[in-house]
Design a protein around this ligand. Structure first.
Ligand code: ADP
Ligand code: ZN
Ligand code: ZN
Length: 714
């Protein structure tokens, strides 16, 4: 009988199985940790990662029957230890199984393709580099001279020790943060032929622009294949290709969205997290990880440098980078670097608040704002109108019987989309034709209530119909939101039109407010930002402030353009509450004052970042069943006197803000602690109890439960 080598394998287990652990298999030869294998599970064969070996075969209990590893993915070197440590940490911290995190971190095609198919993909590309291809990466562009602020920041980062302190690059919109990232990456790559860099952006739509800048900078020196992207908009083969390039070290720079934090990067030396405050870094399904937080952990564990960049840092990062003071001689863990000025001495836009209580009733665009937009069009400048709500109107309404276009499956309205005459629920996707009359009383006069981007676009086109551009052509109004960009390539095309100056007024959602380096926008307007403040989420003000500040950052980025046009940049805000702290802080572009005031409130109320939170959510057919599970979970923790319980406060279960989605009732329970370790200890001990509870007959009606550590919305 041949020798048996038992190995622990991480596999994707169904979440409800409750198997959070590794499964043991037998291999014909010792397999190093990190080896990719295929193993049988039930009647299927699955991808797995060798995690470790439990010792020698003799140590196994007598009569243990192990299933054999089916095959080893030859040709792919084992995943590095650093990668396994990252996955293990993420699994532990976010209360998931190692296998679940590990499999989600690998490109889907690794799971889907057979070993033979993979072997074919792994063959090196046969086409040798042609002269033409070499030409395409031709001569390096001359470097721009750094501004004094950029220079200082680059030097400070270069002087920092890798893996020691994260840098928070607090730089105004248009201060040239990207150039700083480029220089820091350059320094790291030049210093070590195996060095790799990870650069993260919050949204897919920001990757092409960044990719172009990185390729332009690095392809001449390191080859066109040195820069790869990783995001969910890529096809399976593309993702596999990028992943392999990063894993083998062929790619020196990986650009991507949150998923890229799990890339296998054996030579990782520097990480950049651009727009680090952005909520998109938090995964909202499955394992609810924060890619920013994991990046910080990873940098330290792997001895890499990390730079978090933002014009409006998250309060967590702002607080963590506080300078030492008299009563806080230590200061924060991060080092804060500041670039207050815009490149080329462009001024930040002047913020103009329009008090909508003093404007004509029902006007979507106040007369002074409309005059300002008109003037821009006549000068050939661009304007951006921001409204964070797509569709034509958020609800249809019957004035006779008060019928509203409620979604039959959710506690939410169906949104009226005029273009295709549909009512659509943005939560469950349920879509209907718009009724010709009130379904309840037959009144033919049902009215749209409130405004969405579709309506703004229509309204603007109407208001500007007689306005001419300098070339005497009519004004061109366009819209970018999730509805206009569904088709592949549509967003790129629309953004290209904007950059080319083929659009005069662009209406859009937050999609266009962030990151883009538009050169000819001189006016940005937020027409109805107040809605965001009615939310009972304690982060609502922070989020709105960031969004408006980012949006303002799209205006007046090119000082020469402003000068040539004799124009200046403006940010217009229409509000019924001009004295609100968000707006007054915005007017003075005073992020530090706003952050200080908000952080003081959080400190007084014992909220993050001064406390740590986790949410447990339960979904069931009835709200009562959902809450019953959470109550039982809470009781079970007390009965078992779980470790950490003394330091963790469990709030009573409550319905979620949007209580019902797709006929499922949702409830949540908040956990809070001043001590992160205690909260972690508690969650860890609690998890098996939750699995046990779920299996009990009285909790059978439960659809699912989940834990969200460091939740963004509560
Ligand atoms: P941020 O990310 O801080 O908003 P960007 O990195 O997009 O700003 O830079 C704003 C603009 O300034 C870009 O068009 C960029 O090419 C340009 N830029 C950056 N640094 C310099 C520099 N040192 N000299 C000239 N132009 C620069
Ligand atoms: Zn009616
Ligand atoms: Zn719905």
């Amino acid at each position: 009988m041949s020798a048996l080598f038992p190995v622990h394998i991480a596999l994707q287990m169904p979440a409800h199985s409750g198997v959070g652990h590794l499964l043991t298999y037998a291999a014909g030869s010792p397999l190093p940790p990190g080896t990719l294998v295929r193993v049988p599970l039930g009647r299927r064969e699955m991808l797995g990662v060798v995690w470790d070996s439990p010792g020698d075969a003799q140590a196994l209990p007598e009569g243990t029957q192990l299933r054999a590893v089916a095959s080893v993915l030859e040709g792919i070197t084992p995943l590095p230890d650093a990668w396994r440590r990252l996955v293990a940490f993420a699994a532990r911290y976010y209360q998931r199984s190692i296998g679940e995190i590990a499999m989600a971190a690998l490109p889907p095609q690794l799971r889907e393709l057979s070993s033979e198919q993979l072997a074919r993909r792994l063959k090196p590309a046969k086409v040798p580099k042609t002269a033409a291809a070499a030409q395409a990466v031709a001569a390096p562009l001359p470097l721009v001279a750094l501004s004094a602020e950029q220079q200082q920041v680059v030097e400070q980062i270069a002087a920092g020790k890798a893996g020691e302190r994260p840098f928070l690059l607090y730089g105004s919109t248009g201060s040239g943060k990207t150039e700083v990232y480029l220089r820091c990456v350059q320094t790291a790559l030049d210093a070590d032929p195996t060095a790799q860099a990870l650069v993260m952006v919050p949204e897919i739509n920001l990757t092409p622009q960044l990719e172009a800048r990185f390729i332009e900078r690095f392809a001449p020196q390191y080859g066109a294949g040195a820069v790869v992207s990783m995001h969910s908009g890529m096809t399976g083969p593309q993702r596999l290709k990028s992943w392999l390039a990063a894993h083998t070290g062929a790619a020196r720079i990986v650009l991507g969205t949150r998923m890229a934090v799990f890339a296998s990067l054996p030579g990782l030396k520097v990480i950049v997290v651009d727009e680090e405050h952005d909520a998109s870094y938090k995964q909202q399904e499955g394992a609810r990880y924060s890619a920013r937080d994991l990046a910080i952990w990873r940098a330290r564990a792997q001895g890499a440098q990390i730079i978090l960049g933002s014009a409006t840092p998250s309060f967590e990062s702002w607080h963590a980078s506080r300078p030492p003071s008299e009563d806080d001689p230590q200061g924060g863990r991060y080092l804060r670097l500041h670039m207050p000025s815009r490149i080329g001495a462009a001024a930040l836009p002047k913020v103009r608040l329009v008090d909508m209580t003093q404007q004509p009733k029902r006007a979507v665009f106040s007369p002074p704002l409309m005059a300002a937009i008109t003037e821009r069009v006549q000068r050939g400048e661009q304007s951006l109108v921001l409204l964070n709500r797509r569709g034509f109107a958020p609800v249809l309404y019957c004035a006779d019987c008060e019928w509203k276009s409620d979604c039959p499956h959710c506690s939410a309205h169906q949104v009226f989309h005029k273009g295709d005459r549909t009512l659509r629920c943005h939560h469950c996707g349920f879509t209907q034709r718009v009724p010709v009359a009130c379904p309840s009383c037959g009144n033919p006069d049902i009215l749209p209530l409130g405004k969405g981007t579709e309506q703004l676009e229509e309204e603007l086109a109407r208001l500007l119909r007689n306005v001419q551009r300098p070339d005497h052509e009519p004004a061109r109004v366009a819209r970018i939101d999730a509805d206009t960009t569904k088709a592949k390539g549509a967003l790129e095309e629309q953004l290209a039109q904007m950059h080319a100056g083929d659009i005069d007024v662009l209406v859009g959602t937050q999609m266009v407010a962030k990151g883009h380096d538009f050169r000819r926008i001189t006016l940005v307007a937020a027409v109805q930002p107040d809605n965001a403040l009615f939310s009972n989420d304690y982060r609502a003000s922070e989020r709105l402030f960031c969004l408006l500040m980012q949006a303002a950052g799209r205006a007046g980025r090119d000082a020469d353009y402003l000068l040539a046009n004799g124009s200046r940049a403006e940010m217009w805000i229409q509000t019924r509450d001009p004295q609100h702290a968000v707006f007054t802080a915005l007017r003075s572009h005073d992020y530090p004052a706003f952050a200080a005031q908000q952080l003081q409130e959080r400190a007084d109320a014992g909220m993050p970042p001064f406390a740590y939170q986790a949410l447990v959510r339960a979904d069931a057919r009835t709200q009562e069943d959902a809450q019953a599970f959470l109550r039982a979970a809470s009781q079970a923790a007390r009965d078992a006197q779980l470790p950490g319980l003394d330091d963790v406060f469990l709030f009573p279960p409550i319905p979620m803000t949007i209580q019902r989605v797709a006929n499922v009732e949702r409830a949540q329970m908040l956990l809070e602690s001043l001590d992160r370790t205690a909260l972690q200890r508690f969650l860890h001990a609690w998890q098996p109890l939750l699995h046990q509870l779920r299996a009990q007959p009285e909790h059978r009606p439960l659809v699912r439960w989940l834990v969200d550590v460091d939740p963004l919305a509560i």
